[in-house]
Design a protein around this ligand. Structure first.
Ligand code: HEC
Ligand code: HEC
Ligand code: HEC
Ligand code: HEC
Length: 364
């Protein structure tokens, strides 16, 4: 074998060696070996809870036309963003009305859109959680979407991945709630509790602050809340495929489930040293807001003494007549109004509602 015949082969070999050497020596900073840690940059923060973007993909829930091949329309995001009043609930906090309200309440220089006591209902409890660095930056962006999927369907941390896998649709709704935390909105009691959490209010819990439109908020300009589950659901532009909704069960269970939520709010109002007491929003507005005339036809018709306050029983009208309910009303209207007494009577009534709900569970 002569050198001349080997030369081309040698040249190729030397070139290959050079290329390999260069490959190993030249720093390849542009191609990181590992993806950066998720919390490394403010542009890619650690996401504690999945945001709306995770639901809004065209092939997920953001399709522009309804799917007839899947369990759901696959365009829930598209419908929600255009038609659902909840998609604009954060914008409401930036309105002049909200600014005025916040200023009257002395919160955040009139920045209602940063006030936890407003965000807790106008975005959701997670948005009102205390600020914590990087997570907070994500939260601030997420807030602009208003009341989004997670506020009604539950925190997606545990079900987001699982609900795209095979076999998911075969699981029943109760198991999806138990094992993955996906709220079972098909259960009438769960549905009422979900809507009432914001449309009626509730005590603090699960790391969230209280949701309370009390008389302070009302006097500052907030609409007084009047919760009626069946009517409210009828007004919500629905993004789900019509499925046999348990209308009869809903109508029968809603009054008890509503009273249960109202009692939890009353117990919080009476039991927390930080809340105003007596809480005027528990009473009929006209007990106090009326013309002063003598004689008063209103007082005569209701057999009331001047200056007495009437408890607003709107949320308890659907209950059977229970002695504990009458006692609670007497305490709220005629007695000393001691916080602890109201609280314990409300707790006693809540205790009586539990078997009613359990018995009704056979309807579900
Ligand atoms: C996270 C709190 C929250 C939850 C949960 C919630 N809502 Fe709302 N809802 C609001 C707020 C706040 C508004 C007012 C939005 C605005 O105008 O800024 C609203 C407005 C509405 C409206 C339009 C106003 C009206 O009274 O007609 C309807 C209808 C409605 N909600 C129905 C429902 C139903 C049904 C559910 C349960 C499936 C529900 N909401 C759950 C907070 C909530
Ligand atoms: C307990 C939950 C809750 C809290 C807390 C709450 N809101 Fe609301 N807010 C609602 C609901 C529900 C509605 C819709 C009422 C309706 O349409 O009957 C609403 C309606 C409003 C509206 C009227 C919107 C319209 O289109 O007429 C404004 C303004 C508003 N809220 C501002 C605020 C501000 C500011 C705060 C904080 C100071 C606040 N809200 C706290 C639940 C809440
Ligand atoms: C105000 C509360 C609320 C919000 C916000 C909300 N949903 Fe819903 N969603 C419901 C209710 C109520 C149902 C009907 C549940 C039932 O009857 O079983 C439903 C049903 C669905 C269904 C059908 C579920 C099934 O089992 O058939 C899907 C899918 C869905 N929603 C996706 C979304 C997505 C995606 C978002 C966010 C863009 C969203 N929802 C926001 C209340 C809400
Ligand atoms: C126990 C008595 C009482 C009850 C019950 C009551 N309020 Fe008031 N309300 C007052 C007092 C006192 C003021 C302060 C009036 C003032 O400062 O001029 C007030 C102020 C207000 C204001 C501000 C108006 C203004 O000119 O300052 C509004 C709005 C309001 N209440 C609405 C309501 C609504 C709605 C209800 C029923 C959900 C209600 N109130 C129940 C006693 C009551």
């Amino acid at each position: 074998m002569t050198l001349r015949r080997c030369l081309p082969g040698l040249v190729v070999l030397v070139l290959a060696a050079l290329v390999i050497l260069a490959w190993r020596i030249v720093p390849r900073t542009a191609l990181p070996r590992h993806p950066p840690p998720r919390d490394a940059s403010p542009l890619m923060p650690a996401i504690a809870t999945a945001g709306v973007a995770q639901c809004a993909g065209r092939s997920c829930h953001g399709s522009l036309e309804p799917s007839h091949d899947h369990a759901s329309w696959r365009m829930e995001y598209s419908l929600w963003t255009v038609y659902d009043p909840h998609a604009r609930a954060f914008d409401t906090l930036r309105s002049d009305a909200s600014r005025r309200m916040a200023r009257r309440l002395g919160i955040h220089d009139g920045n209602a859109h940063e006030a936890p006591q407003c965000l807790v209902c106008h975005v959701g409890p997670a948005a009102a959680a205390p600020a914590n660095g990087v997570h907070d930056a994500t939260m601030v962006r997420e807030r602009t979407f208003g009341i989004a999927c997670a506020a009604c369907h539950g925190c997606p941390d545990r079900w987001l991945d699982a609900h795209t896998r095979d076999g998911w649709s075969a699981k029943d709704a109760a198991a999806k709630q138990r094992e993955y935390g996906l709220t079972n909105l098909n259960d009438p009691v769960v549905l009422v509790r979900t809507c009432a959490a914001c449309h009626l209010g509730g005590p603090p819990g699960d790391g969230a602050i209280a949701r309370d439109v009390n008389h302070d908020l009302i006097a500052a300009g907030h609409p007084a809340l009047e919760f009626d589950a069946v009517a409210l659901l009828a007004r919500l532009p629905m993004h789900a495929k019509p499925r046999p909704r348990k209308t009869v069960q809903l109508a029968q269970l809603a009054p008890v489930a509503t009273a249960e939520v109202a009692l939890a709010l009353l117990q919080y109002r009476a039991g927390s040293p930080a809340t105003p007491w007596p809480e005027f929003a528990e009473y009929r507005c006209a007990s106090c807001h009326h013309d002063l005339v003598e004689p008063s036809r209103r007082l005569a018709a209701e057999h009331r003494r001047p200056g007495s306050m009437v408890w607003e029983t709107r949320y308890y009208l659907g209950l059977p007549s229970l002695p504990t309910l009458a006692e609670l009303q007497r305490t709220l209207e005629t007695q000393t109004l001691a916080r602890h007494e109201v609280q314990s009577r409300a707790a006693a009534l809540a205790e009586e509602l539990r078997p009613l709900l359990d018995r009704a569970a056979t309807l579900r």
